[in-house]
Design a protein. Structure first.
Length: 234
């Protein structure tokens, strides 16, 4: 049985919400709880796997252009906007205000436009712009207070960065190195130790990304300490 991919819960919940809103707007009765639960479970499996396999198939074809990047935060915001537009445009007893396709287009526009707008407004990359790290492709990075020798254990190139105190998004880590499969990078953390709470919130961070994404760091969602992040290509 295939495993749930990241975003499965979100995919299931949003599918159930869209089905409910669509049936209300169409004047149909609500589905029973077990039917909605089944729809949500199927969507949680199918949608993330379909997107992942489609992207993999696209990248495997020589000469195809790079797919535009969409983060999970962008998908979440876009889907939420689409659902709100679709639900609030319903006028009981009257014509449908906004069709489903127009609601989806509205959500897509917001999802695509939001990251550059936030960057222009704040001067740094916000979470909807960030790329997924591939820290699992490293040996010698995770679990180390002062990472020094980091090996690429995956079969694809990675870029590893060590960010010292004072280096922060939107600047990439000064110590960054692209590693081919099996290669080892050597870093110099100096006296800095890994950022941790509560004893050392301002310490160094390490992160692995897919080139041409750039390793950097920013404050955690808790507002204390730092974490390594992957910035989009310059």
């Amino acid at each position: 049985m295939p495993e749930f991919l990241p975003g499965a819960t979100f995919s299931g919940i949003m599918t159930v919400l869209f089905v409910n809103v669509w049936r209300v707007r169409a004047g149909r009765s609500r589905l029973s709880f077990w039917k909605l639960a089944l729809i949500g479970i199927v969507a949680a499996f199918v949608i993330p796997w379909a997107l992942a396999l489609s992207a993999q198939a696209w990248r495997s074809v020589p000469g195809t252009p790079e797919l535009p990047f969409v983060s999970f935060d962008q998908v979440f915001i876009g889907a939420l906007v689409a659902l709100l537009v679709y639900a609030t445009s319903h006028r009981p007893g009257g014509r449908l205000g906004v069709p489903l396709w127009a609601s989806l287009v509205s959500g897509a526009v917001v999802a695509i436009a939001l990251p550059p707008v936030l960057f222009l407004a704040t001067g740094s990359y916000q979470r909807p712009s960030l790329r997924a790290d591939i820290n699992h492709c490293t040996r010698g990075m995770t679990g180390q207070v002062q990472p020094r020798d980091i090996e690429n254990i995956c079969d694809e190139p990675i870029v590893v960065g060590l960010c010292l105190p004072g280096e922060v998004n939107p600047a990439p880590c000064a110590q960054s190195e692209i590693l081919q499969p099996g290669e080892v990078a050597h870093f110099d953390p100096g006296d800095a130790r890994l950022s941790s709470l509560p004893s050392n919130p301002g310490g160094l961070t390490v992160v692995a990304c897919r080139p041409p994404e750039r390793p950097s760091r920013m404050g955690t969602t808790m507002g204390r300490g730092y974490e390594g992040v992957c910035l989009p290509p310059a």
